[in-house]
Every structure is written in structure tokens, then in C-alpha cells.
Design a protein around this ligand. Sequence first.
Ligand code: SF4
Length: 425
Amino acid sequence: MDAPGVAVSENRTPLPDPTVGPAAEDNSAAQAAVDVVNDFENTDPDAGTPDTPRPVPGQLVFKAARRGKPPRHLADTDMAGRREMLAEMGHKPFRAQQLSRHYFERFASKAEDMTDLPQDGRDKLVQDTMPELLTTVRTLQADGGDTVKRVHRLFDGALVESVMMRYPNRVTMCISSQAGCGMNCPFCATGQAGLTRNLSAAEIVGQVVEGIRMLRDGEVGRKEQDPLRVSNIVFMGMGEALANYKATMQAVHRLIDPAPEGLGISARGLTMSTVGLVPGMRKFTQEGLPITLALSLHAPDDKLRDELIPINTRWRVDEALDAAREYFDATGRRISIEYALIRDINDQGWRADLLGEKLNARGRGWVHVNPIPLNPTPGSKWTASRRGVEQNFVERLRAHGIPTTVRDTRGSDIDGACGQLAAAS
Ligand code: SF4
């Protein structure tokens, strides 16, 4: 699920044509979407073509056309798996610990810097366990260099984006979980391009390791600033992370497990974003991790949400909110509701009231709302709500006792909509 600001897709762009009017349609489009989903679920995943097919409106894609697996990397597995991997390759299992220190503690990338490894065969050992999975093909900066957005090319030519945002006391990274996305939200550049493939755990983690190296090397923010560690990670780049569940959870563990098994980032600094893939939300609840869950709602009523978020045709607003509340009950982590405010589409006062009522019907103190000014795509007729309308929406929510904070939209001058930059590369 994309997010607001730089890397985020929800806040980014145009929505359905108001002259067509999401609310003007009956439910036949929704049924058609479900039918297409079923067709895709019955499709042999190996039968895909190398080119990513563009989805038709409302079409959901859960299985990508496969393009082969990325090279194996030690970040794909935990320490026990790494020992097995090394043993299979004919190396001593303790090399797993040494290699892990280089990758997860020192963020080394060059074999010649790993002098505790035997010189004979060192290059091959490093190449076989830590192959370069990401090649940066484009870098853009905004906010005086404090925001850096990068496009990475993967082994098969697929492109993904990551963004680093530096604040006075923290550094947040927005990372991608899929190349493209099958959720097909009509306002999202990534969704319009379709799902190319799932990322591996190491490809997801690699975006963060690359970011840490950039910070270490003084490539983010002003030179005189103290280097900081990456403290916050949001799964709000390209893709719906819960649709790539296994690799996403492996990546989560690589991020939060103590070094050298992982990067040792606090789970409380992670945010998992979803458009409301309810079975995935329930599974994620069972993980029992203190990670923040962000639900990209964008509409409190099914009629509009069916248009804005096609997955709503499978799991309705109430089901997604119930699953979110269950997550709060299990983890104690307050839920974030993301709501991109789009002029004359979803910004009416009655929708703020309906949202407030639906949230309060599930209790108090479990949720806060982040309205996000839409970051329009160039040439789009969809745009952000008027300032007064935005203010009214926020006040109506607050009148219901819902904590509400308008979201910062960093880097909106650098192809803010996730997927735009990759598409242009
Ligand atoms: S299409 Fe995918 S990436 Fe885009 S907003 Fe929807 S879930 Fe997020």
C-alpha cells in the first residue's frame, strides 16, 4: 500500500472521474471485479508473460506473472537458515555469523572489506551469499536534501522505489514490497501499471540497507548534520505488503531481529500499511508484534470505496474496520486510518460524520485518522480538497472525539506519487 507524501500513493493522485461519479453506479462493477479476481485465482501462475499486463478498471490481481526468482541472499533467511545455506555450499556454518555481521552490522558490500574471511574464495563466497540485488538507476532530492527518493532496478529489470525522509530526531524510510501492485486503486500510478512480481525478503530489506549506507556516507541531508540510524520504516511504497505475506514477514524479522541476525530496528518504529486485505490483517494480528497497522480507508461507505479501493468489493468497510479493531485488541497499538482528501469525491462533511460514527461504534481510544491532502498527478483533473473543506472535515472528526492529524506530505515536488518516478525511469 502506498502512502502519502513522497513515496506514498494514496495521497497522491487523481481519483475516479466525478462526472462518472463513483456513487452513480450500481454494484455490477463490483461483481465484475470479483469475477475477474476469481479468474486470476484460477490462473496458472507459471503461465504469465514477461510483460506486466495493465489491469482493466476494478480488476484485482493476486498472483503476478512470474519472472523467475532473484538470486539467493542471506537476508532471505534467519541465522539457522544461513548456516544450512553455508553448509550446503560446502562452507563452515560459522561463516553465517561472520557474513551476517558484515551485512547487518557493518553494512559492508565489498568483499575486500571482509578481511576475516579467507582470501581464497572470498569473492565467490560473498557473491554467492550477498549478491547485489538492487541497482540504483535514479535519485531525486527534495526538502533541502532531507528527502531522497530512489528508483532501484532489480535483477530482472523490474523497477521499485524507496524514499528516505530525514527529520531532526529520526529518519523514516518508505519501502516497496512488490514491483507494481495488483490492487488497482484508480488514483495510484503503481496500481495502474499492474503487478509485475512480489519482491523477495532480501529485496525488501536491501532497500533499507542501501538507505543506511547512504546515511552513513553522508548522502542524506546537510553534511553538518549528525548521522542518524534509520528509526522508522513504513511499508507504504509500491505494492500491498500483505498480498506478499511470506516475504514481507521474513523481511519484518530481518528488520527487527537483533544484530547480526537482523538490523535490530525497534518493531515500534515499523508501520504496516494495507488497503484492507482482511485475511492478511487477521494473519498479521496473530504475529503478535508491536507494529503499527495503517488502514488506507479513503471512504467510510462501500459505494464510494468500491470505486476508490477495488479490494473493497471483496472485504467491505465494516469488515476492514472490525479487523483493524481486532489488531488493536491483540497488540495495543493504535490503528492509523489513512484518508486521502480528494476534492468533491470523498471530502463531504457527512462522510467525516459517518467515519466518526463507524470508528466510535467500535470503541474509543483505539484509532486516529490521518487525512492526507491529495498530491495530484501531473495532468490529472483530480486534486486536493479546498483548504476550508479539509479543515471542516478535520473538525467534524474531532467533534466525534477522534484524534485527527493532517499528514505531512514530504517531497511532493519529486514525483510524489509512488510509481510515477519508476514509470518515468
Ligand atoms: S494500487 Fe497498490 S500501491 Fe497503489 S494505492 Fe492501491 S494498494 Fe497502494
